[in-house]
Design a protein around this ligand. Sequence first.
Ligand code: ATP
Length: 335
Amino acid sequence: MIRLERVTKRFGDVTAVDEASLGVARGEVLALLGPSGCGKTTLLRLVAGFEQPDAGAIEIAGELVSGRDTWVPPERRRVGMVFQDYALFPHLTVRENVGFGLARRERRARVAELLAIVGLEELGSRYPHELSGGQQQRVALARALAPSPELVLLDEPWSNVDSSMRETLRAEVADIIRPLGVTVVLVTHDREEAFSLADRIALMRDGAIVQEGTSEELYFAPASRWAAEFVGAANVLTGPVEHGLVRTPIGAFPVDRDGDRAEVEVLVRPELLELEPDPSGAGEVVAREFRGHDVFYRVRLGGVEVVSQRPSNEVVPLGSRVRVKLHNGRTAVLR
Ligand code: ATP
């Protein structure tokens, strides 16, 4: 549905998007994930046609829309977009907002259909300021979907709502979008949002796409230490590899790396570390952070500190001695 070939966009001295190549399959939900300022919004705007690339090519549904001698304007790209601030017309009703870009003859029926899809049949005559944030978002989504685009771009659609509301809205939007089978690109800096919604994630840093994969691939097999730490809490342990075993302060365990090495960096997610209270244990719990459904423990052992994430029904007091055990699970060699 989308193909980007080495797309570059500069603003003065800033290279906002740096030779980004990416493919998005038809019907796929792809999240563009990365820290603030890494170029996610610019990449989305390049796809929509609100920015022109300095180099590279963009294809949508097999048609070249941006290239060396080609430029298809945004209104001819058949792309729906939901902006961070929803960008609803304040002086138009919900019905008029949704019907804005539609031809007159189809407008009534299509608007009714969309209001039903997003569950706002009753609110068609209201103005945007008479709606909650979540309702405004549904109007914005209905407006983006109105011309039946095959591709919908969502730019941080939940950045203005509080975290408890965000989960509800996320689920709502997924329920609306999934059955329609449209291709979606979602920009977010929130890894949980990307994990829970996307079929695939493209991770961006400094304008470049540094990794593409499923949520599990990004979480358990990140391409670098930076990626490992960006997508979740991480223990990065170092040690030598001999006969397929890495020796670390938490003990030796198998790694997927051929040949002996003097030193590797290996990623162990905190939930893989179990704590067993033991007065003669090598570890000491030096900090305890209660998070609700689980607790993060910082444990000092063998000259390093590791983080263990345990369910909150398992209580290990601060200052206690423990043995740290690696639970069965995926570890990854980072370097
Ligand atoms: P955020 O999550 O904070 O919205 P982002 O990943 O979407 O960030 P972009 O908005 O794409 O990042 O910005 C990427 C870089 O390009 C930033 O350094 C930004 O300051 C710069 N930039 C973006 N748009 C413009 C512009 N119109 N003029 C000049 N610089 C720009």
